[in-house]
Write a protein that binds this ligand. Structure first.
Ligand code: PEP
Length: 252
């Protein structure tokens, strides 16, 4: 049975004090929740990862990184490798976020390398994909997500998928306040499962958690998560307020 997951992407937000407060709030907020089939992940900025890991210890809060470099080490000023993340106790890394694709020029080929590198380090990957508004307007959204997945993931052996979480994040819905409708999310998630079943098999397709991301908030989380192929969310803005993030977790 695949797990439900609510993951918070803090992006370039939180100073040390704010990060401590937010971890505490999330930790406290989930304490009394029945979370047997739900994972809770937070992804603070790199500099706050050690503090978050320390403060999340002995709780159900897992800590992820927002990015990593594909090389293990070397002359890549300003970058952080998967090996370094693993070394401080990070278990999961977000890759392919649309902001990395748009502002840092990360193309499918480099994302493929990053995925391989992360899996080699035995890191779990939250792999983000999703179409831009122009793709949807041109009715190309199914094809665009298919290409993104094929180019960065479909070279993997089936057994690698136990360490892959997918996150459908339509670019037009990220940080815009505009959310995909539950139907729009469900049809892409179902499409992705069909692609996985064709490339691998039905069992694998049913085993991979697929999250929705894009302006999820307490007011819309329930109807998005109610869809059969939506296994939770990747949350940006609403993950920065513990009470909103907890409300979203409760919507699962
Ligand atoms: C994100 O950054 O992954 C995201 C979904 O952001 P927001 O929830 O703010 O749209």
């Amino acid at each position: 049975m695949r797990k439900n997951i609510v993951a918070g992407n803090w992006k370039m937000n939180t100073n040390l004090k704010e990060a401590k407060k937010l971890v505490k709030g999330v930790r406290k907020g989930i304490k009394k929740l029945e979370l047997d089939s739900t994972r809770v992940i937070i992804a603070p900025p790199f500099v706050n990862l050690p503090t978050a890991i320390k403060r999340a210890k002995k709780s159900k809060v897992e800590v992820a990184a927002q990015n990593m470099h594909q090389a293990t080490s070397g002359a890549f000023t300003g970058e952080v490798s998967g090996e370094m993340l693993k070394g401080i106790g990070v278990q999961t890394v977000i890759l392919g976020h649309s902001e990395r694709r748009a502002y840092f020029g990360e193309k499918d080929a480099v994302l493929k390398e990053k995925v391989d590198s992360a899996l080699t380090q035995e890191l779990e990957v939250i792999f983000c994909f999703g179409e831009e508004l122009k793709d949807r307007q041109a009715d190309k959204h199914f094809k665009v997500v298919e290409d993104q997945l094929k180019k960065a993931l479909f070279h993997l052996e089936a057994n690698s998928y136990k360490n892959i979480i997918l996150a459908y994040e339509p670019v037009w819905a990220i940080g815009t306040g505009e959310t995909a409708s539950p139907e729009q999310a469900q049809e892409i998630h179902a499409h992705v499962r069909t692609l996985l079943a064709k490339k691998y098999d039905e069992e694998l397709a049913e085993s991979v958690s697929i999250l929705y991301g894009g302006s999820v908030k307490p007011a819309n989380a329930k109807e998005l998560f109610a869809n059969k192929d939506v296994d939770g969310g990747l949350i940006g803005g609403a993950a920065l307020k513990a009470e909103d993030f907890i409300a979203i977790i409760k919507s699962i």
